[in-house]
Ligand binder design. Structure first.
Ligand SMILES: NC(=O)c1ccc[n+]([C@@H]2O[C@H](COP(=O)([O-])OP(=O)(O)OC[C@H]3O[C@@H](n4cnc5c(N)ncnc54)[C@H](OP(=O)(O)O)[C@@H]3O)[C@@H](O)[C@H]2O)c1
Length: 330
């Protein structure tokens, strides 16, 4: 009755690689009173997991030997809690392992929406983050110029499409010509710019001739700095994450000029965590579901097979190899 797990072998010095993880095998746990035994089906691969290897975020830091604390879609295989039965599907902080015994109150029943992979993308944390980040924190108005960084990613691709739905002129920032072409072609953005191109600064300025009204920041660093320079008067910035800073030992360059530009352009900036909106998830899911069903939001997912491939998948997401949401099927 084995249970395969992926643990952190050592804290990364420099960029993360699969060698920083270790595959181990332990005995399958037994659920105690009030607990359920869960079998993992899919794990979400999240860029933000790398931040926890640097130290604490709003979640506790990781220590070597610890099972990587991923969230998964799992099936109840044994229950010692009245509220859940074998066969029930749950979203749970499984950790990267095949089986976990967890208190029933620590897991949640997902909404009855299909396909089940969408429960980790558009109907999961990325979709909810995009929804509340753009609509509640960003407050987009028709005709405004909105710029989204990591626009081809799990959160960014949905943020960009929601802003389009609200009548904004949307410019995506992403790495490489393929992603840029996908954003304007498949997702219908008004423009997209490649931040890895030597022409990036000029291309960004040309894409926002009236200045940026709303910048949705997923990356921080140099892209943030470039967008800051293009903000229009009374512009708003929503800080969702800073992926450019995760896969390194010390903070990278940018953004410079924050106090001066904030004063002269009268800017406002708001950070948020999606869990603050937990009591409104049902409302968001109803709207996201309608947009997906009507084809107004296109969902891009990639499923990779095998628990052992989780480390490689996380490294690939951080290096910009992914488009939309990546997940691993166990
Ligand atoms: N606030 C919240 O509650 C909340 C919840 C969930 C996620 N988040 C945050 O949302 C952001 C997006 O997360 P996600 O899961 O959707 O990840 P993602 O966008 O699917 O993946 C990260 C992407 O960031 C880009 N990237 C990597 N290094 C970069 C750099 N140096 N400069 C610019 N772009 C870089 C890469 O795409 P390119 O090819 O374009 O470089 C990479 O694919 C993250 O910052 C995450 O922490 C926040």
């Amino acid at each position: 009755m084995a249970n395969r797990q992926i643990v952190l072998d050592q804290h990364p010095q420099g960029p993360l690689s699969p060698e920083h993880f270790r595959l181990t095998e332990v005995e399958r746990p037994c659920p105690g009173d009030g607990e359920v035994l869960l079998k993992a089906r899919y794990f979400s691969v999240d860029a933000g997991m790398r931040a926890r290897m640097q130290g604490g975020t709003y979640l506790a830091p990781l220590t070597p030997g610890q099972v990587i604390p991923g969230v998964g879609l799992a099936e109840v295989v044994e229950s010692r809690a009245a509220v859940l039965r074998p066969g029930d599907l749950v979203i749970a902080p499984m950790g990267w392992q095949e089986y976990a015994a967890l208190p029933a109150e620590g897991v949640s029943r997902p909404p009855s929406l299909t396909p089940e992979t969408h429960l980790l993308s558009v109907f999961g944390v990325p979709g909810l983050t995009a929804y509340f980040g753009m609509l509640e924190c960003g407050q987009p108005n028709p005709g405004e110029t909105v710029v989204v960084s990591a626009a081809a990613g799990a959160v960014g691709s949905i943020v960009s499409q929601i802003a389009k739905l609200k009548g904004c002129r949307v410019v995506g920032v992403a790495g490489g010509p393929d992603k840029v072409a996908w954003l304007t072609g498949e997702l219908g953005l008004d423009a997209a710019v490649d931040y890895k191109s030597p022409e990036f600064m000029g291309q960004l300025a040309a894409a926002v001739p009236k200045g940026i009204d709303l910048y949705f920041d997923n990356v921080g660093g140099e892209v943030f700095e470039a967008c800051l320079a293009q903000m229009g008067s009374l512009g708003r910035i929503v800080c969702c994450g800073s992926v450019s800073q995760y896969d390194r030992d010390a903070p990278g360059p940018g953004p410079r000029g924050v106090p001066r530009l904030f004063v002269t352009k009268q800017l406002t900036m708001r950070g948020f965590v999606v869990y603050a909106f937990e009591d409104r998830y049902a409302e968001a899911l109803a709207e996201l579901q309608a947009w997906v069903a009507s084809g107004k939001i296109k969902v891009q997912e990639e499923v990779i097979d095998g628990l052992e491939n989780l480390p490689k998948a996380l490294v690939s997401v951080l290096r910009g190899k992914s488009r939309g949401k990546w997940m691993v099927r166990v």
